[in-house]
Write a protein that binds this ligand. Structure first.
Ligand code: PMV
Length: 330
């Protein structure tokens, strides 16, 4: 048995990936930029059965053995690794998130990145982070960015060689926090994988894509200068632009709940009336990520705690890239 364990942080995108240019390779319609999270991570152990006895991949997530249907995406990803290594072995995969599923923190990003790192290490494939980023991208675009710590950009590219993430700054560059306000812990009805395919049906898609290069430049500069008041307006604009594309797709994707809007309005009120330095972004779900500097995080958490629709709060700092661990989950 060849075994390895990896821990990888999830990430929150400041300029989003939404929609694909090439479905097979998972090439996005633009670059995207994110921050890797320290306090929301997935730990995954992959043990390959080199005896060839195991007939199918076995996937245990947060203590529960997953059905064949629920393991399909994982098996497809392991197929990529099997092809690379030239083996037909099946694997035992055990994965644990230290954050709740459907919390608004992307488990597919940290999950597929951890699966890639552990799976390749256990096969003895010595691949650098760029190569691992390309492999992770095939199953979850945002996972490509979790191969690096800190502030990360994923270049759109047009091939496995060029559509990869690269680091902009390490996690120590800026103590920027992500305070997630969870308004609903319910699992979403449509995964982002399905949503990417619908983006092209939105009449607003071209408008967002036409703007995105300018927004990326602004976000790069704001991060380099650690300027939250430069970063914030752009990340809010892009999150709203992405949700406008989602809402105007056919079928329409309406991820927001009444609580989502309550938080968006509260954030703007806190900023305008009290000068609180906090901005929002939203992924493919109803929960709201509040981005602020470390010194403001406690105040943001306290204020969120007083809003009726906030079920729970999860806070994370910028985190490191993948780590291989000596202790295994199996
Ligand atoms: O990587 P996926 O297929 O789970 O898509 C992620 C999509 C968003 O989280 C909404 C945006 C992003 O860039 O992370």
């Amino acid at each position: 048995m060849s075994i390895a364990t990896a821990r990888v942080g999830s990430n929150i995108a400041f300029i989003k990936y939404w929609g694909v240019a090439d479905e097979t390779l998972n090439i996005p319609l633009s670059n995207s930029i994110s921050m890797t999270l320290a306090d929301a991570h997935t730990t995954t152990t992959v043990a390959w059965d080199d005896t060839g006895v195991l007939e199918r991949d076995v996937f245990v997530l947060d203590g529960a053995t997953q059905s064949t249907a629920r393991s399909q995406r994982l098996t497809r990803h392991l197929d990529i690794l099997r092809d690379l290594a030239g083996v037909e072995w099946r694997a035992w995969v055990t994965s644990e998130n230290n954050f709740p599923t459907a919390s608004g923190i992307a488990s597919s990003a940290s999950g597929f990145a951890a699966l890639t790192v552990a799976g390749c290490a256990a096969l003895g494939l010595e691949l650098d982070a760029t190569r691992l980023s390309a492999i992770a991208r095939r199953s979850s675009g945002s996972a490509s960015r979790s191969l690096f710590g800190g502030f990360v950009e994923w270049a759109q590219g047009d091939s496995d060689e060029t559509s990869v993430a690269f680091p902009l700054h390490g996690p120590e560059h800026w103590d920027l926090w992500d305070v997630v306000a969870v308004v609903s812990g319910e699992e979403k009805k449509l995964s982002s994988a399905g949503g990417h395919l619908l983006a092209k049906t939105s009449p607003l898609l071209d408008g967002r894509i036409a703007q995105v290069d300018g927004w990326l430049a602004e976000v790069r500069a704001a991060i380099a200068e650690r300027d939250l008041h430069r970063l914030g307006p752009v990340i809010e604009l892009d999150a709203l632009a992405m949700h406008s594309v989602m809402m105007t797709s056919t079928p329409s994707l309406l991820y927001w709940q009444p609580g989502t809007l309550e938080i968006l309005q509260a954030v703007r009120r806190w900023r305008e009336e009290d000068g609180l330095a906090v901005y929002f972004t939203i992924d493919a779900g109803p929960n709201v990520h509040l981005i602020c500097e470390a010194e403001t995080a406690l105040e943001v958490e306290t204020r969120l705690g007083s809003l009726r629709s906030v079920e729970r709060i999860i806070t994370s700092r910028p985190g490191p890239g993948p780590q291989l661990l000596d202790e295994h989950l199996i």
